[in-house]
Design a protein around this ligand. Structure first.
Ligand SMILES: [Zn+2]
Length: 427
């Protein structure tokens, strides 16, 4: 019993300290992990068996990170509309906790995270709070960190205060009171929410929450926004790069200059339109391989973000690569005297995941909201009515809602579509 406990602690310490090791130790670990995950996928996942066959490869063709270039780049479209069993592990009973993602592109599909993400209580904490271990906190204390989270997906734990985004937007002052009573060490949300919180806090600085750290995720964080949040909440802000499929991909160090990639979890590549890796510092599409997901392998997965990467050693001393994201979008819509966050619409629209290919929520006038949807084949016409009702549930009465079927949704230069657009603002 005792030995098992010690063995587990040792394995955890090794896993969680990989990012502190030398580039050669990290490379060795990543090569072995890539080899294992591809071998597993080729053996047990029909989709990957097919991909390897089509390319004339076998399960031993991929010996390490550099061989990944032999594999095609996949994206959400590779999974959408396919049988779940086609892209998941067929060799054993899988956990039943499937997740649904739409991301900011509005194209939902069902996926299964890694066992580490589902069952290891340190893993998700380490993704978000790794920086605290540089401030004399131990890895094993991270689940007890007091954190106030303003999100849409609850995290239930004694050490966590969860506030729904819509609750916050309706009454920011009572949220501030709750946060002050809870006395968190960290406040977590996306930048647009913390910007709003900072603005409200500035109106009454004596009641502004004093939180040592803020952790943001999910949107571009402008330098001015960082300053505003840090100054009004008296905190140091760590921005992280997270996705629903992979959890935290990277996190800032105390230099706050790019996200350090978490090398025990993922391999990140930046590629051009042809799928070839770009030169260091050049902009391209972010492609991620999970080293941990044996339930539903994500290998060379185009997440839909554009960015740049460097392997140059950081001033903080870490030698893990850093990425900068240049394209990711989000926002708020204002109706009836209050703001509604992108996530409030998204959580409702996710329910129509199997019948909508893509959607866009647009404020077209002071009191008009349009929901543009690209229907999937087999779209049930009665869904139009249900979508309208769901949207009514978010914005309330007094707003005219139009649900429109469209052939496609306009894309931005990065290739992404905005899910939330305010067309009522004339600029
Ligand atoms: Zn650094």
């Amino acid at each position: 019993m005792m030995f098992k406990y010690l063995r587990e602690r040792l394995a955890a310490a090794r896993f969680y300290s990989l990012y502190l090791r030398s580039p050669s130790v990290i490379k060795k670990w990543q090569d072995a992990s890539v080899r294992n995950v591809v071998r597993h996928a080729g053996r047990n996942v029909p989709m990957w068996r097919m991909i390897l066959e089509e390319r004339g490869l076998n399960i031993d063709s991929i010996q390490g990170v550099d061989d990944l270039r032999l594999l095609p780049i996949i994206n959400k479209g590779s999974f959408m509309g396919k049988e779940y069993a086609f892209y998941t592990d067929n060799s054993r009973n899988l956990p039943t906790e499937t997740h649904m993602t739409s991301g900011s592109t509005g194209r939902p599909f069902t996926f299964l995270p890694s066992d580490k993400m589902l069952f290891d209580k340190y893993y998700n904490n380490f993704g978000r709070f790794r920086f605290l271990t540089w401030k004399k906190r131990s890895l094993f204390s991270l689940p007890e960190i007091r954190s106030a989270r303003i999100r849409v997906t609850p995290e239930i734990a004694e050490s966590r205060l969860f506030i729904h985004v819509s609750e916050f937007l309706q009454d920011p002052n009572s949220t501030i009171a709750k946060i002050n009573a809870f006395k968190p060490e960290v406040i977590e949300s996306c930048p647009s929410v913390l910007i709003r919180l900072a603005q409200v806090a500035l109106q009454d600085p004596s009641h502004a929450p004093r939180v040592p750290y803020a952790v943001t995720v999910g949107e571009m964080l402008a330098r001015s926004a960082r300053k505003l949040i840090e100054n009004s909440l008296h905190c140091e802000l760590y921005d992280r790069y997270g996705t629903e499929e992979f959890g935290t991909v990277g996190l800032e160090c105390d230099q706050h200059n790019g996200y350090h990639i978490h090398p025990e979890s993922v391999v990140v590549e930046v590629v051009n339109a042809a799928g070839k890796r770009v030169r260091e510092g050049e902009e391209g599409r972010i492609v991620i391989t999970s080293l941990l997901n044996y339930n539903m392998p994500f290998i060379r997965y185009d997440i839909g973000d554009c960015g740049t990467m460097t392997t140059e050693r950081c001033a903080c001393g870490l030698s893990t690569p850093r990425v900068w994201i240049v394209g990711r979008y989000a926002g708020l819509l204002h109706f009836n005297g209050r703001d509604f966050h992108r996530m409030e619409f998204e959580t409702k629209l996710k329910r129509f995941g199997s019948s909508i290919i893509q959607y866009q929520v647009v404020k077209t006038g002071p009191r008009t909201l349009a929901v543009r949807i690209v229907p999937a084949s087999g779209f049930d016409p009665s869904s139009m009515q249900r979508i309208e009702e769901e949207m009514r549930g978010v914005v309330g009465v007094g707003v005219e809602i139009q649900v429109e079927k469209v052939a496609h949704i306009a894309q931005m230069p990065s290739g992404k579509s905005q899910t939330i657009v305010d067309e009522s603002v004339v600029t």
